[in-house]
Design a binder for this molecule. Sequence first.
Ligand code: ZN
Ligand code: ZN
Length: 347
Amino acid sequence: MKAIVETGVKQLEIQELPTPVIEKDEVLMKVRANGLCTNDIRDYLGDTVYSFPRVGGHEFSGEVVEIGSDVNPEHFQVGDHVVKYIIPACGECHYCKIGRENLCVEVASSPTFQKPDGISGFFGMAQYIAVKSRDLYKYPKDVPFTHSAFTEPLACVVNSVERAKILFGQDVVVIGGGVMGLMHVMLSKLQGARVIVSEPNGERRALAEKLGADVTFDPTQGDAVAFVKSQTEGRGADVVFNTTALPVIAQQAMDFTATGGQTFVFSSLHPNDPVPTNMGAIHSYEKVITGTVSPTIRTFYRSVQLIAKGLVDITPLLDKTFDYKDAVDAFEYALRPETLKTIITFD
Ligand SMILES: [Zn+2]
Ligand SMILES: [Zn+2]
């Protein structure tokens, strides 16, 4: 099979690798579409702790082309359209047992990230992947692969938004109008919030409004905190989702948050510098600051429901599609800050 192998910083090669041989409890999945995540771009640029060579890609969808003998044919058959839960959770540690697979203690050391004597990676950028049937989720065949490939990023946002337990009519600020920010807009609207988006790029603000944002503003013009307060009866937002990576904006996220409100650190920080935090204010105003990372098995499943049932239409987030042979072009395209989701397809 062909795979897009990252052999070093900014070095991609289409290589011929052995097609995986499935175990009895596995299916062979033919990858059809794979979205490029900011993390893939960071791998490409060398801002990564993962080992090279690497086959990245964790936002993929595809079809079943072979079934192991122990896989229940009532559940999966050749031709099914599927996605895979991608966190290599062990299923055995404390966090796996309490349903927080995204925090599994074995993940960081798994061969997905560190494989000194082989190829690390999620392998969404390979033509075939062997998948345990328990990690598979089925899609109706009329959902395009380019849409089901959004399951993983949307599942991260389901994890974030569900944890906020938004009440009808609450004020939500979403910082950042990229793909992750826009998904926060859509899901917060589904939960009945009034959504305010902080985003400097005018085109993205327009798209946020099209996707349901009630108010958008450019945080680089004037006093952003004062603006948010002016929109929320002087309080600030009940819930703030920060989908941007700069530490200084993480601080602003806390300032946007009302007394009794919640700040969600959705993105990883780059650079990962400490952010001064007013712990006294957290005490006095009962503010909650929390992080969200990756999807759990349950939020992954709910993401499938949202896309499969058309409750979330991710079409506006789809930017450009590239054939896998043009992987370098795809990565260079995705690098540009104004792109939305770039997808690599395999035929
Ligand atoms: Zn991702
Ligand atoms: Zn675990």
